[in-house]
Design a protein around this ligand. Structure first.
Ligand SMILES: [Ca+2]
Length: 223
């Protein structure tokens, strides 16, 4: 009976560990942005998700932790996401392209005009009608904005979702300008843990065997 329980535990452990290996992902689209567009056209919002002037990675493939651990940099001269001139708070909503297990935000915050307070929400639909607050963070605004913006990693509550909202409460204003700058936004994701039918059958048969063994033990104790 103990051996059967160990086998079941090992199978459950394998499922859980498989869900924790994360890749670095670029969102495929920005579906909503209440800050609006750069009125001068120098810093289009797509610059947040196109790896412009960022240490390159293969989206959805490269290991997130290894990439972030390599101290990647964004060197930004008009590779930021915005100089919108709109005040916080506001939302920027990202489409990951499909449903993932979403684990962390990898943010290349602008060295001068970056986010200083953000709440992160995830949702299964772009309307965010039903969303989950997965974390609240106060990023540091560090690095030379033109040549040296490092990645900052924020682990949050793991959820299965396709859409992620950055609810930006505030950003830095070194010269008083409402000029938010985000060099690049990435996420750590892994495939949604699909429990294979064969695994379910094994778990079911294992549980059944344990139940049967328990009944036999009780029968012997009672007899
Ligand atoms: Ca960029």
């Amino acid at each position: 009976m103990q051996k059967l329980l160990c086998i079941i535990c090992a199978m459950l452990g394998a499922i859980v560990s498989a869900a924790q290996a994360g890749s670095i992902l670029s969102p495929v689209a920005i579906v909503s942005n209440t800050f609006g567009a750069d009125p001068y056209g120098f810093d289009p919002q797509e610059n947040m998700i196109n790896q412009s002037n960022v240490s390159p990675f293969v989206s959805g493939v490269d290991d997130f932790a290894i990439y972030a651990g390599g101290t990647p940099k964004a060197g930004c001269n008009n590779c930021d996401g915005m100089y919108f001139g709109r005040d916080a708070p506001g939302n920027i909503d990202f489409d990951l392209g499909q449903t993932y297990s979403v684990q962390a935000l990898g943010l290349f915050n602008s060295g001068a005009r970056g986010i200083t307070s953000v709440d992160v929400y995830t949702a299964s639909t772009s309307s965010f009608a039903a969303s989950t607050l997965v974390g609240s963070f106060q990023p540091s605004v560090i690095g030379d904005p033109v040549t040296n913006v490092p990645i900052s990693v924020f682990d949050f509550v793991v959820t299965e979702a396709r859409y992620v909202r950055l609810h930006i409460n505030d950003f830095a204003r070194p010269d008083g300008c409402n000029c938010l700058g985000i060099a690049e936004v990435t996420f750590e994701v892994s495939a949604v843990a699909a429990v294979e039918p064969t695994t379910l059958a094994l778990l079911g048969s294992g549980a059944g065997a344990v139940f049967a063994a328990g009944r036999r033990n009780r029968s012997r104790a009672g007899g």
